[in-house]
Design a protein around this ligand. Structure first.
Ligand code: ADP
Length: 176
Protein backbone atom coordinates (compact mmCIF):
# COMPACT_ATOMS: atom_id res chain seq x y z
CA UNK A 1 0.00 0.00 0.00
CA UNK A 2 1.45 3.35 -1.06
CA UNK A 3 1.49 6.32 1.28
CA UNK A 4 -1.30 8.79 0.72
CA UNK A 5 -0.32 11.95 -1.19
CA UNK A 6 -2.06 15.12 -2.31
CA UNK A 7 -2.16 15.65 -6.09
CA UNK A 8 -2.81 19.36 -6.49
CA UNK A 9 -3.71 20.30 -10.07
CA UNK A 10 -3.38 23.85 -11.32
CA UNK A 11 -4.30 25.19 -14.75
CA UNK A 12 -6.73 27.32 -16.69
CA UNK A 13 -10.43 26.62 -16.91
CA UNK A 14 -10.83 23.99 -19.63
CA UNK A 15 -7.20 22.90 -19.28
CA UNK A 16 -8.28 19.36 -18.41
CA UNK A 17 -7.99 19.20 -14.63
CA UNK A 18 -11.30 17.43 -13.95
CA UNK A 19 -10.93 15.09 -16.90
CA UNK A 20 -7.39 14.03 -15.98
CA UNK A 21 -8.39 13.73 -12.31
CA UNK A 22 -10.99 11.19 -13.41
CA UNK A 23 -8.35 9.23 -15.32
CA UNK A 24 -5.84 9.41 -12.50
CA UNK A 25 -8.33 8.03 -9.99
CA UNK A 26 -8.31 4.36 -11.14
CA UNK A 27 -4.54 4.43 -11.75
CA UNK A 28 -3.97 5.39 -8.11
CA UNK A 29 -6.35 2.71 -6.92
CA UNK A 30 -4.42 0.12 -8.91
CA UNK A 31 -1.35 1.23 -6.96
CA UNK A 32 -2.98 0.75 -3.59
CA UNK A 33 -3.96 4.34 -2.90
CA UNK A 34 -7.42 5.46 -1.90
CA UNK A 35 -8.00 8.59 -3.98
CA UNK A 36 -10.72 11.20 -3.63
CA UNK A 37 -11.36 14.01 -6.11
CA UNK A 38 -11.94 17.51 -4.76
CA UNK A 39 -13.33 19.40 -7.75
CA UNK A 40 -13.41 23.18 -7.68
CA UNK A 41 -16.82 23.45 -9.31
CA UNK A 42 -18.40 21.12 -6.75
CA UNK A 43 -16.67 22.65 -3.72
CA UNK A 44 -17.84 26.07 -4.83
CA UNK A 45 -21.46 24.86 -4.74
CA UNK A 46 -21.18 23.78 -1.10
CA UNK A 47 -18.25 24.34 1.24
CA UNK A 48 -17.24 27.58 -0.51
CA UNK A 49 -20.56 28.86 -1.80
CA UNK A 50 -20.15 32.06 0.19
CA UNK A 51 -17.03 32.96 -1.80
CA UNK A 52 -16.65 34.84 -5.08
CA UNK A 53 -13.73 35.31 -7.42
CA UNK A 54 -11.88 38.29 -5.96
CA UNK A 55 -8.25 37.65 -5.08
CA UNK A 56 -9.10 37.37 -1.37
CA UNK A 57 -11.97 34.96 -1.98
CA UNK A 58 -9.88 32.77 -4.30
CA UNK A 59 -7.18 32.57 -1.64
CA UNK A 60 -9.77 31.62 1.02
CA UNK A 61 -11.29 29.05 -1.34
CA UNK A 62 -7.90 27.42 -1.72
CA UNK A 63 -7.10 27.60 1.96
CA UNK A 64 -10.26 25.72 2.84
CA UNK A 65 -9.61 23.05 0.25
CA UNK A 66 -6.05 22.64 1.48
CA UNK A 67 -7.40 22.10 5.01
CA UNK A 68 -9.83 19.49 3.69
CA UNK A 69 -6.98 17.82 1.79
CA UNK A 70 -4.93 17.71 5.00
CA UNK A 71 -7.82 16.03 6.83
CA UNK A 72 -8.21 13.46 4.05
CA UNK A 73 -4.49 12.68 4.23
CA UNK A 74 -4.83 12.04 7.95
CA UNK A 75 -7.52 9.49 7.07
CA UNK A 76 -5.14 7.78 4.62
CA UNK A 77 -6.98 9.15 1.58
CA UNK A 78 -5.12 10.72 -1.39
CA UNK A 79 -6.88 13.93 -2.48
CA UNK A 80 -6.75 14.89 -6.13
CA UNK A 81 -7.45 18.62 -6.08
CA UNK A 82 -8.79 19.92 -9.40
CA UNK A 83 -8.81 23.68 -8.82
CA UNK A 84 -7.63 26.46 -11.11
CA UNK A 85 -5.48 27.71 -8.20
CA UNK A 86 -4.22 30.71 -10.17
CA UNK A 87 -2.04 32.35 -7.53
CA UNK A 88 1.43 31.12 -6.65
CA UNK A 89 1.24 32.41 -3.07
CA UNK A 90 -1.99 30.53 -2.41
CA UNK A 91 -0.48 27.32 -3.85
CA UNK A 92 2.54 27.78 -1.59
CA UNK A 93 0.17 28.17 1.35
CA UNK A 94 -1.62 24.97 0.32
CA UNK A 95 1.72 23.16 0.24
CA UNK A 96 2.44 24.41 3.75
CA UNK A 97 -0.98 23.38 5.09
CA UNK A 98 -0.88 19.93 3.50
CA UNK A 99 2.80 19.29 4.28
CA UNK A 100 5.48 19.64 1.60
CA UNK A 101 6.61 16.03 1.72
CA UNK A 102 3.22 14.75 0.59
CA UNK A 103 2.20 17.58 -1.73
CA UNK A 104 2.60 17.33 -5.50
CA UNK A 105 1.93 20.47 -7.52
CA UNK A 106 0.86 19.36 -10.99
CA UNK A 107 0.59 21.92 -13.77
CA UNK A 108 -2.02 20.96 -16.34
CA UNK A 109 -0.46 22.99 -19.11
CA UNK A 110 -2.89 23.98 -21.84
CA UNK A 111 -2.51 27.27 -23.73
CA UNK A 112 -5.36 29.74 -23.35
CA UNK A 113 -6.31 29.49 -27.05
CA UNK A 114 -6.74 25.74 -26.76
CA UNK A 115 -8.69 25.90 -23.48
CA UNK A 116 -10.91 28.56 -25.02
CA UNK A 117 -11.49 26.51 -28.17
CA UNK A 118 -12.45 23.49 -26.02
CA UNK A 119 -14.72 25.60 -23.79
CA UNK A 120 -16.27 22.48 -22.17
CA UNK A 121 -18.60 24.51 -19.95
CA UNK A 122 -19.30 27.38 -22.37
CA UNK A 123 -17.66 29.78 -19.94
CA UNK A 124 -15.24 31.43 -22.37
CA UNK A 125 -18.15 32.26 -24.66
CA UNK A 126 -19.89 33.98 -21.76
CA UNK A 127 -16.71 35.84 -20.84
CA UNK A 128 -16.31 37.15 -24.38
CA UNK A 129 -19.95 38.22 -24.31
CA UNK A 130 -19.22 40.23 -21.16
CA UNK A 131 -21.38 38.04 -18.92
CA UNK A 132 -18.58 36.88 -16.57
CA UNK A 133 -16.04 39.16 -14.90
CA UNK A 134 -12.71 38.27 -13.26
CA UNK A 135 -12.16 35.18 -15.37
CA UNK A 136 -8.78 33.50 -14.99
CA UNK A 137 -6.46 33.94 -17.96
CA UNK A 138 -8.55 36.75 -19.47
CA UNK A 139 -9.54 39.33 -16.88
CA UNK A 140 -7.90 37.79 -13.81
CA UNK A 141 -4.29 36.59 -13.54
CA UNK A 142 -3.01 33.04 -13.84
CA UNK A 143 0.48 32.65 -12.39
CA UNK A 144 1.97 29.56 -14.00
CA UNK A 145 3.95 27.52 -11.48
CA UNK A 146 7.70 28.10 -11.57
CA UNK A 147 8.78 24.79 -10.10
CA UNK A 148 5.89 22.34 -10.21
CA UNK A 149 6.52 18.71 -9.32
CA UNK A 150 5.08 17.70 -12.68
CA UNK A 151 4.19 19.56 -15.90
CA UNK A 152 1.51 17.89 -17.98
CA UNK A 153 1.00 19.22 -21.52
CA UNK A 154 -2.40 18.21 -22.90
CA UNK A 155 -2.28 19.31 -26.53
CA UNK A 156 -2.23 16.34 -28.88
CA UNK A 157 -2.48 13.84 -26.03
CA UNK A 158 -5.31 11.86 -24.49
CA UNK A 159 -6.37 12.43 -20.88
CA UNK A 160 -5.31 8.85 -20.19
CA UNK A 161 -1.76 9.53 -21.42
CA UNK A 162 -1.63 12.61 -19.22
CA UNK A 163 -2.72 10.63 -16.15
CA UNK A 164 -0.16 7.94 -16.89
CA UNK A 165 2.59 10.54 -17.07
CA UNK A 166 1.69 11.74 -13.57
CA UNK A 167 1.86 8.23 -12.15
CA UNK A 168 5.09 7.43 -14.00
CA UNK A 169 6.82 10.60 -12.83
CA UNK A 170 5.57 10.78 -9.26
CA UNK A 171 5.13 7.17 -8.20
CA UNK A 172 8.19 5.66 -9.89
CA UNK A 173 9.36 3.96 -6.76
CA UNK A 174 5.98 2.73 -5.63
CA UNK A 175 4.83 0.67 -8.59
CA UNK A 176 4.98 -2.71 -6.93
P1 ADP B 1 -10.92 21.92 -16.21
O1 ADP B 1 -11.33 20.96 -15.13
O2 ADP B 1 -9.45 22.19 -16.23
O3 ADP B 1 -11.74 23.18 -16.25
P2 ADP B 1 -12.18 20.00 -17.95
O4 ADP B 1 -11.52 18.71 -17.56
O5 ADP B 1 -13.54 20.30 -17.38
O6 ADP B 1 -11.17 21.20 -17.62
O7 ADP B 1 -12.29 20.10 -19.53
C1 ADP B 1 -11.21 19.77 -20.39
C2 ADP B 1 -11.76 19.49 -21.79
O8 ADP B 1 -10.66 19.24 -22.65
C3 ADP B 1 -12.64 18.25 -21.82
O9 ADP B 1 -13.69 18.49 -22.73
C4 ADP B 1 -11.68 17.17 -22.35
O10 ADP B 1 -12.35 16.15 -23.03
C5 ADP B 1 -10.80 17.98 -23.30
N1 ADP B 1 -9.44 17.41 -23.52
C6 ADP B 1 -8.84 17.19 -24.70
N2 ADP B 1 -7.60 16.67 -24.55
C7 ADP B 1 -7.40 16.54 -23.23
C8 ADP B 1 -6.32 16.04 -22.44
N3 ADP B 1 -5.19 15.57 -22.97
N4 ADP B 1 -6.46 16.06 -21.11
C9 ADP B 1 -7.60 16.55 -20.54
N5 ADP B 1 -8.66 17.02 -21.21
C10 ADP B 1 -8.58 17.01 -22.56
Amino acid sequence: MSDACCYWFTGLSGAGKSTIAGELFPLLRERGQQPFILDGDIIRQGLCRDLGFSEADRAENQRRVAEVAAILLQAGVSPIVAFISPLAAARAEARRIVGAERFFEIYINTPLEVAEARDPKGLYKKVRAGLIQEFTGISSPFEAPEKPDCVVPTVGRTPRECARQIVDELLQTEKE
